[in-house]
Design a protein around this ligand. Structure first.
Ligand code: HEM
Length: 451
């Protein structure tokens, strides 16, 4: 990769094919995975089950604004694993990489669309391995052990503050705060700038919905309810601010490197050359998004699950050694990353379905994690489940989540301290989830810590 390497400009015109071979399964699903409102109620596990049972490799119509043909939906554990483990046949780099679609050209956000492509999640082969290596020192045991001490203190501070409030939104006061703190420590972001990251994340979670709604309404000629222009402007300003800040801090770290991940990214040399500006923007977006949302939603999801399953909570309270089981089972059950995408590069089979070259394939992790072939009574939340750690929520294969040890460490600190201090907390109202089919984004959980 050289300074002039810009993945987005190379792959954007890669062609995606219609299915070349006859569809093995015909099925008329009860709902559409493109319906973002469906995801406001949590992930559609019933729909996953229906597809897994009736059409485990199902050709789904395209997203509303997608000029390309639709995509294959995989809902079986073994198919998702096979695809993830065969990067030579199933590329992360071809076309728009891991994203299902960028929508039609005229509707793309000028800055956001490039950066959603130009990062390591969307690279294949040696280039991917080389860039991943640059990140590695900040995800190794020694580093994480040191980080854990700071995380532990932060959890304790957050719980002290929360105790004073007693009743509050768990997401806002705790689940959003901890991953931002941890990530900022790894990246080297000064304390005074950290709150901005939270605001940017909130907007990014809504970006998918916001764009689709705007397009639908324009198409239907509805003018009185189209998004408020002030809101559109605010959204665009937020995106600009996020990238401007990324450039500012990466430049600073390039000039005066410190022992942090942003300094490593800013000074990464691949094949002897610096990363292009596009790749720096993309790496900034990836790390900020990947490192935040995922852990946040697992934290919130686990607290909700324990409230709904008091006998499981009691198992932890009886023996805190069971926190490990709680973490694995929560990540399996919540599956905060909803899907990733690959593209076939040659003729191949997935299960019984023959696939041609350059077809889109979406891996629905939440569906894999409820596959009864692997997990007994998969819809039960059971912290004693022996094989819970076989879940695919972190992906599998060469793109397996780099931040997995950091996520697990934070979850351990959070659940251990929270449950020992507030074992009898109550969830006092309905949760609110963002309309998003890429990340399961919990926005609100009203909670009371003590009677
Ligand atoms: C419960 C929390 C998390 C979950 C469920 C999760 C899930 C995932 C998934 C599914 C992938 C893509 C795998 C693939 O395409 O095969 C991924 C990649 C990645 N994650 Fe996470 N993640 C979590 C937390 C984190 C954290 C805390 C960080 C950083 C601090 C992080 C950084 C990354 C990065 C950099 C990649 C790209 C790896 C590559 O392309 O080689 N993640 N994650």
């Amino acid at each position: 990769m050289s300074k002039s390497f810009v993945l987005s400009s190379r792959v954007i015109n890669n062609k995606i094919n219609h299915p070349s071979f006859e569809k093995r399964f015909s099925h008329n699903p009860s709902n559409s995975l493109n319906d973002l409102d469906l995801f406001r109620r949590g992930q559609p596990f019933d729909l996953y089950k229906e597809l897994r049972e009736s059409a485990p490799v199902f050709f789904h119509p395209p997203m509303h604004t997608d000029p390309e043909p639709g995509y294959w939906v995989l809902t079986k554990y073994k198919d998702i694993k096979t695809v993830s483990m065969n990067p030579k046949i199933f590329s992360s780099q071809y076309s728009t990489g891991n994203l299902l679609t960028l929508g039609s050209e005229e509707n793309r956000h000028p800055k956001l669309f490039k950066s959603t492509i130009d990062h390591m999640l969307n690279l294949d082969g040696e280039m991917h391995l080389n860039l991943r290596k640059e990140h590695m020192p900040f995800f190794k045991h020694g580093y994480i052990d040191e980080l854990q001490k700071k995380v532990s203190l932060k959890v304790s501070d957050l719980l002290d503050e929360a105790e004073k409030l007693n009743e509050f939104n768990l997401v806002k006061e705790i689940s959003q705060q901890l991953p931002i703190f941890t990530l900022s420590e790894i990246l080297g972001i000064p304390e005074s700038d950290r709150q901005k990251l939270i605001e940017w994340m909130e907007f990014l979670e809504l970006a998918q919905y916001f764009t689709l709604e705007q397009i639908k309404q324009n198409e239907e000629g509805i003018t009185d309810t189209t998004p408020d222009p002030a809101l559109v402007e605010m959204f665009n300003n937020m995106i600009d601010e996020m990238f401007d800040y990324g450039r500012f801090i990466l430049n600073k770290k390039k000039d005066k490197p410190e022992n942090d991940l942003l300094s490593a990214i800013a000074n990464a040399k691949i094949e002897g050359e610096d990363l292009s500006q596009e790749f720096l923007d993309g790496s900034w977006l990836l790390i900020v998004f990947a490192g935040n949302d995922t852990t946040r939603n697992t934290m919130s999801g686990g607290i909700k699950l324990l409230h709904e399953n008091p006998e499981q909570k009691q198992l932890v309270l009886d023996d805190f050694e069971r926190v490990s089981g709680l973490i694995n089972e929560t990540v399996r059950y919540v599956s905060p990353v909803i899907h990733m995408r690959r593209t076939s590069l040659e003729e191949t089979f997935i299960g019984e379905q023959k696939i041609g070259p350059y077809e889109k394939i979406a891996l629905w992790y939440g569906a894999a994690n409820r596959d009864p072939e692997i997990f007994d009574s998969p819809d039960e939340f059971n912290i004693l489940r022996e094989n819970a750690d076989q879940h695919l929520a972190f992906g599998i294969g060469r793109h397996t989540c780099l931040g997995k040890p950091v996520a697990l460490m934070q979850l351990r600190e959070f659940y251990s301290q929270f449950l020992s201090r507030f074992p009898y907390y109550q969830i006092t109202g309905d949760w609110k989830v963002a309309p998003n089919n890429f990340v399961h984004a919990i926005q609100e959980i009203p909670i009371r810590l003590k009677k």
